[in-house]
Design a protein around this ligand. Structure first.
Ligand code: ADP
Length: 335
């Protein structure tokens, strides 16, 4: 179980001056669901594309199912299935026809195709809609069909790039169940990218948190969360900066993060600490607007390592893209 079936060694991908992936090394174990978690632009898709031999690394290398991604591309491709963010199924064909087409490309004979199509349709519960045109499928059904297609040729490893992007919460939960099921029933190692913390937390045996092309933390979700403190108390106050300075001197508070009007305090036994903190605020003349207590999430882990939330990081990437678009429009106007 602990055997590494994907081994990544100092993998780097540069686009001009941008290091999309920056010297990443890691091992992925046979049979696990492994998550690459990080904001948009962190480098997750680029890592998967290199592992799938669709992109050439600038330096470093990797092995997938013991095949070198630089020297044994065909063998790597035979070992893997891929489901990308952008839909790539033919909506003018039926679900079954899409699967059949894919299986023919992998050279499966008629008997094997029939058997496998029935198996994968069963797995994602699309049997009764297999003969309908894909253009009449819902978004969730299309995603399920894509996952089924990725499994057609019995891959050892399935890469899922943002498997639930754009789906509603209920459909997302169903997809999670299918992913768990295929991992168990088909014994497929799953490597997925996501920027949804709940997804990584719920689905993954281990998670690598990626930021700016680098791994900033890697462990089981529970270990990552436990490592940053038992409980998180969020306190919304009138003067966060002042209260933060006061709390810094208090021993039982392990870590403090200030974000807008909110202070996030990492403590043991949060229930007992809340009255003490409120008393202190009162003594110092600080007005407390709200208090809440929760267990740490992977968002807190990201915040601890980067000083930003995943959402903030995404907002800043979107802002950069918007500024670039604006600048290029201005350039276009001048010409
Ligand atoms: P993620 O999957 O985590 O959202 P990506 O791997 O898609 O991130 O992108 C990582 C970085 O590489 C981003 O800064 C992105 O803009 C950049 N990038 C990705 N593809 C290209 C490309 N073809 N040309 C230039 N830059 C790219």
């Amino acid at each position: 179980m602990n055997e590494h079936i994907i081994q990544i060694i100092e993998l780097t991908k540069k686009y001009g001056n941008i290091k999309a992936v920056d010297n990443v090394s890691l091992g992925i174990r046979r049979g696990e669901i492994f998550g690459l978690l990080g904001p948009n632009g962190a480098g997750k898709t680029t890592i998967i594309k290199m592992l799938a031999t669709l992109l050439k690394p600038t330096s470093g290398f990797a092995e997938v199912w013991h095949h070198n991604i630089l020297k044994e591309q065909d063998a790597v491709r035979r070992s893997i299935g891929i489901v990308f963010q952008d839909p790539s199924i033919d909506t003018e064909l039926t679900g079954r026809e899409n699967l059949d087409f894919h299986a023919r490309m992998y050279g499966l004979n008629k008997e094997k195709r029939e058997k496998r199509i029935a198996e994968v349709l069963d797995l994602v519960e699309l049997n009764d809609r297999a003969k309908a045109f894909v253009k009449f499928y819902s978004g969730g059904m299309q995603r399920r069909l894509e996952i089924a297609r990725g499994l057609m040729h019995y891959p050892k490893v399935l890469f899922l790039d943002e498997p639930t992007l754009g789906l509603d919460a209920q459909t997302r939960h169903r997809i999670w169940e299918y992913i768990k099921r295929l991992n168990k029933a088909q014994k497929v190692t799953v490597v997925l990218t996501t920027h949804y913390m709940e997804e990584a937390d719920y689905l993954c045996d281990r998670v690598a948190i990626i930021d700016n092309g680098k791994i900033i933390a890697l462990d089981k979700p529970n270990n990552l969360k436990n490592a940053i403190g038992e409980d998180i108390i969020s306190v919304q106050v009138s003067d966060g900066g002042k209260f933060s300075d006061i709390l810094t001197k208090i021993e039982y508070i392990k870590r403090i993060r200030l974000h807008d009007d909110f202070l996030f305090l990492s403590v043991e036994n949060g229930e007992i600490m809340i009255p003490r903190i409120l008393r202190l605020a009162h003594e110092e003349g600080i007005f407390v607007q709200s208090v809440s207590l929760r267990k740490p999430t992977l968002e807190d882990v990201f915040l601890t390592f980067t000083g930003r939330t995943i959402r903030e990081q995404e907002a800043s990437v979107k802002e950069q893209i918007r500024m670039k678009a604006k600048a290029s429009m201005r350039m276009g106007g001048k010409r």
